[in-house]
Design a protein around this ligand. Structure first.
Ligand code: SAH
Length: 235
């Protein structure tokens, strides 16, 4: 089995890179993403993070780098499964707490509003992820609707969107990666650890930075169990 783990931020990926002893691989590309590889029981696992933007010197978060990186890697190497671990905003009114691990039942875009007949559902995306019935009972996780936009902040009317669509995870890459996976006919599995509560009254950026370390640790622990499940190791 050939798996790609695609993270947005170096900080989110670091614990997983160290834990499994991934080794850096060089690949010719104009994109800033980083790439690591590890052989686990005859299976090949690649790990990528979107990389540091050469001009702004920050992680290349958001939909454009996420889609381009996923495209480049799926085009160059033929993966069986794309796992997208990361951090996200959760919702206390739907039971979300800091450090929770969520997997998607469907994946939406919440900033692509095109009220023009069939363009409206196109904007929303509604991508179908990896079938969670294959993981329920084997691993412990919460589940529900993921929604993506290019903003960390949340506008008032977006709260209505999140309530109407029962969104449990708000982040910035899932739908973009899902779109590329759909074009390649490859399964997408998001794994998001909650760093901040969207409807909790705190300033998101502050709460995010405070909880990034805990959320990344929970992510690494869950990923270990998930990879053991897919690659047939004892956990
Ligand atoms: N403030 C951070 C930047 C984080 S960008 C810093 O200074 O380093 C946010 C990243 O975390 C994105 O990759 C996104 O997918 C995820 N994320 C976490 N919480 C989020 C939220 N509430 N809304 C949108 N994205 C969120």
């Amino acid at each position: 089995m050939k798996i790609l783990l695609i993270f947005a931020m170096e900080e989110e990926a670091k614990k997983t890179v160290e834990h499994f002893g991934f080794e850096q691989e060089n690949l010719s590309t104009p994109l800033p993403y980083s790439l690591f590889k590890k052989n686990i029981l005859g299976n090949i696992v690649y790990l990528s993070s979107l990389g540091i933007d050469p001009r702004f010197k920050v992680n290349s978060v958001g939909t454009v780098p996420a889609a381009l990186t996923t495209y480049d890697l799926l085009d160059k190497k033929n993966f069986d499964l794309v796992i997208n671990p990361g951090t996200a905003g959760g919702f206390q009114r739907r039971g979300g707490e800091i450090g929770d691990i969520y997997l998607p039942t469907k994946v939406l875009f919440h900033h692509r509003e095109i009220p023009m007949g069939p363009y409206e559902p196109y904007g929303l995306g509604t991508y179908t992820p990896y079938d969670l019935s294959l993981l329920r009972g084997k691993l412990k996780f919460k589940e529900g609707v993921f929604s993506t936009s290019d903003s960390l902040t949340c506008r008032d009317h977006e709260i209505d969107f999140f309530n109407i669509n029962s969104v449990v995870v708000k982040e910035m890459e899932a739908a973009a990666i899902s779109y590329v996976c759909e074009q390649f006919n490859k399964p997408y599995l998001g794994v998001k650890s909650i760093t901040d509560i969207v409807d909790g009254g705190r300033v998101t950026a502050e709460e995010f930075m405070e909880n990034l370390d805990t959320a990344s640790k929970n992510l690494q622990e869950f990923l270990e169990k998930l990879l053991n499940h897919f690659l047939g190791q004892e956990s």
